[in-house]
Design a protein around this ligand. Structure first.
Ligand SMILES: Cc1cc2nc3c(=O)[nH]c(=O)nc-3n(C[C@H](O)[C@H](O)[C@H](O)COP(=O)(O)O)c2cc1C
Ligand code: SF4
Ligand code: SF4
Length: 265
């Protein structure tokens, strides 16, 4: 039975992953286990506490996850058998993530405890318009998150590793190419005639790609987490894609101050 304290590092672009991570955290809290929810994008990987179990939660992007998430895991120090688990949320398919993440953590000395992929509403391209369908999909996802937490607690969770194909897909996803091409295709722009200079996009950006001058300005290292686009209160940030209604599974403040007891849809 897992009783060790846990540090769960979470990144969530638009809230799906945060909801799932909070569900896991709530389960462990209810079992009396000390669990902290930490913002992955603000955490220093070199400063992790190796006496606490490591949890990672992040969204799937380009069938893998964001380069800054990989950089965080790559920068973790070597440990001696600390337990680790991961959960990701996705709209449909991730090919190059679960096995390669297990391999990387094992190479750092972690003991893989389990991985779980949770289907949630898409926050990009095919955003669901039907609120009822969206709500049902989230409820199903959160149920899966709770079962995963239970399985982790009782040592029943699995972390599959399929050989060859995921490693190849992972190599493609983790190269700079798909990200450069997405940056070019999406071309995020700020409409200064709409912008109210609230600074929220600047505060939320996980990669410090937004600088705040008189108006916010985009730099050149966006990783397309789509946070700024979806949380701008006046929809002043747009891309060259056909615009969809904003997708937000939580409030902006929940992303800045994750708290399992306070975060709800
Ligand atoms: C740039 C980008 C790429 C994505 N790529 C994938 C993908 O390859 N496969 C998939 O199933 N979902 C993909 N998604 C959908 C998200 O993984 C999914 O909606 C996730 O739950 C969002 O979580 P969040 O709200 O915590 O950011 C992508 C989303 C974005 C923004
Ligand atoms: S979040 Fe929107 S309104 Fe606020 S500073 Fe950014 S672009 Fe302007
Ligand atoms: S600029 Fe916007 S989409 Fe790009 S990484 Fe920052 S918050 Fe995410």
């Amino acid at each position: 039975m897992h009783e060790n304290p846990i540090d769960l590092y979470v990144f969530s672009g638009t809230g799906n992953t945060l909801l799932a991570a909070c569900e896991v955290a709530r389960y462990f809290c209810q079992q009396g286990i000390d669990i902290r929810l930490l913002r992955l994008e603000k955490a220093d990987p070199a400063a992790i506490d190796p006496t606490r179990t490591l949890g990672l939660a992040f969204p799937v992007a380009v069938q893998s996850t964001y380069p800054f998430v990989w950089r965080f895991v790559e920068a973790l120090p070597q440990v001696q058998g600390t337990g680790a688990f991961m959960l990701d949320t996705l709209a449909g398919y991730s090919g190059g993530l679960v096995g390669p993440m297990r391999k990387l953590l094992k190479s750092k000395g972690y003991t893989p405890m389990g991985a779980c992929e949770i289907v949630m509403p898409a926050n990009f391209m095919k955003v669901m318009k039907d609120e009822e369908k969206k709500r049902k999909r989230i409820a199903k996802g959160l149920k899966k998150a709770r079962i995963f937490a239970h399985d982790l607690h009782y040592g029943l969770a699995k972390w599959r590793e399929v050989p060859v194909l995921p490693n190849l897909m992972n190599r493609v996803s983790r190269s700079e190419k798909p990200w450069q091409s997405m940056r070019r295709k999406l071309a995020l722009t700020i409409d200064t005639s709409r912008c109210i200079r609230c600074g929220l996009c600047y505060k939320l950006c996980p990669t410090d790609n937004i600088r705040m001058y008189e108006f916010p300005e985009m730099q050149d290292h966006c990783e397309i987490c789509v946070r700024c686009i979806n949380f701008c209160p006046v929809q002043a940030i747009s891309t060259t894609l056909k615009s969809a209604p904003p997708y937000r599974a939580v409030k902006a403040n929940d992303l800045l101050n994750p708290d399992p007891t306070g975060t709800t849809e």
